[in-house]
Design a protein around this ligand. Sequence first.
Ligand code: FES
Length: 83
Amino acid sequence: MIRCGGTVQVYNNRCPHQGRRLDYAPDRFLTKDGTLVCAAHGAVFGMADGECLQGPCRGESLTAYGCQWQDGVLRIEWPEPLA
Ligand code: FES
């Protein structure tokens, strides 16, 4: 989950390059100037839309999930039940 301006974006923590985790340690992410950087090979993603702006998977995007606030709780629309 990323807070971006006044909105929230939810992305799968997998890089479209090689499917590796984006964080360098559990729940620790590299961010800079509205971007999220994959810790593995440095792909740079826009936080607002998840598009890769620079790096080995340029033009691809993070997998985004729909979400909405309901009674102070963020409800995430998972595409399928978690195993
Ligand atoms: S796995 Fe993210 S840039 Fe390679």
